[in-house]
Design a protein around this ligand. Structure first.
Ligand code: ZN
Length: 381
């Protein structure tokens, strides 16, 4: 029998019947399970907003969401024999949904924002129904596509020195509202209690940014069948994951993002002794899985690093934003509102690429949409 950690969908992490997780990074959080190299485990995980979003047509819950409760992760998992300097090898054997629907949305500019928040300042929501590997949405009619299902967030535990370093380097940004500092009131640190909780909650890192341990990388290609090699920074590796996505476009541009869901991940663990030094690795590497969906034809939108009459120097962020806006404006010719097109780009398996990042002063980026996901021809005729 494979060990399985279970959740109760719709119930916040802090009120789950069993202690199965955490929503901050700190090495003093006690493990919720342990495993030997060569063994498998199934981890169930809550959606990234901790059950705050309802399957209905009203975006009020997205507008008012408490973002400090993100992300409820399942873990940490103690891997026997894993020591600092090793590589933790994680095979994603399977991922699936627990409840047959998910959500994507747009956070309001006042609460969360997103990549295009200046163009789409108000909250919106799209519910997606799952039909096996396919999904459709009553809020974005005329599209259907298979999911490239993956964890938005997956990683090993930072050491206490790393926690301190992350807080140090993010503090100046946090002071300007551009990063999320530690926030004890909604911290949930597994089984940690009393003084140890108070001490850790003050410095435990938020789960929002990706960091050297992986974390919230939102890489859609870390999907079923992938093998990931994580650096081990603490004894036992203390692995954790969550934020499962049924599907996501490159960039997860709306931030409320992918098609977010409650789900399970079936994992296999192994350890490569001394692997960090042997392979000179400081951050994770991965091999994508074998069963990505295949799309025959794509329509690709270009963007350059010029916005509102300003020429930005080799800025891939601006160029990608322009590519996305060009796609959204184009899709409005086919019956979609701007909000619908934005929520489609964040959720569908669109590919973002960097063209040239050397041709001064402009960078070129592209966003590619598989044309087969639409029930109509979206090419110019
Ligand atoms: Zn997510």
């Amino acid at each position: 029998m494979v060990q399985r950690l279970t959740i109760k969908p719709g119930v916040p992490l802090s009120e789950q019947p069993n202690v199965i997780g955490m929503n901050r990074w700190h090495p003093s959080i006690p493990p919720v399970a342990s495993i030997k190299p060569g063994e498998e485990i199934i981890l169930e995980t809550l959606d990234f907003l901790d059950g705050q979003i309802a399957n209905d047509d009203n975006p009020e819950d997205v507008r008012k969401v408490d973002l400090t409760r993100a992300h409820p992760l399942t873990g940490p998992i103690y891997v026997e024999g894993a020591e600092v300097g090793d590589l933790l090898v994680v095979d994603i054997l399977d991922i699936g949904y627990i409840t047959p629907f998910g959500f994507s949305g747009i956070f309001s500019k006042e609460n969360g924002g997103g990549f295009l928040t200046d163009y789409f300042p108000d909250a919106a929501k799209a519910i997606w129904d799952f039909h096996g590997i396919y999904t459709t949405s009553r809020h974005i009619p005329g599209v259907r596509f298979p999911g490239l299902t993956h964890p938005g967030l997956i990683g090993t535990m930072p050491s206490i020195e790393m926690v301190h370093e992350w807080n140090r380097r993010e503090a100046p940004l946090a002071a300007e509202g551009k990063a999320k500092p530690p926030y004890p009131p909604t911290a949930f640190l597994g089984g940690l209690k009393g003084d140890s909780f108070d001490q850790a909650a003050k410095e435990a890192c938020r789960t929002v940014p990706p960091r050297e341990h992986g974390g919230n990388t939102d890489i859609k290609n870390i999907s079923i069948g992938s093998r990931i090699f994580f650096p081990v920074f603490v004894k036992g590796a203390l692995f954790a994951m969550g934020d499962l996505h049924f599907s996501q476009g490159d960039g997860e541009i709306s931030f409320c993002g992918a098609i977010e869901m409650d789900g399970y991940s079936h994992l296999h663990f192994d350890v490569i002794k001394g692997g960090m030094k042997k392979y000179n690795l400081k951050q994770p590497i991965f091999v994508p899985g074998p069963n990505d969906p295949h799309f025959e034809k794509w329509l690709i939108f270009e963007g350059i690093s010029v916005e509102d009459g300003v020429n930005y120097y080799l800025d891939a962020t601006v160029a990608y934003r322009r590519a996305c806006m060009n796609a959204i404006e184009y899709l409005q010719n086919f019956g979609y509102t701007g909000e619908q097109a934005y929520m489609l780009l964040t959720a569908a398996p669109v590919e973002g690429r960097i063209g040239g990042i050397v041709d001064i002063p402009n960078c070129a980026c592209t966003v590619a949409i598989p044309t087969g996901i639409f029930d109509q021809n979206i090419l110019p005729t």
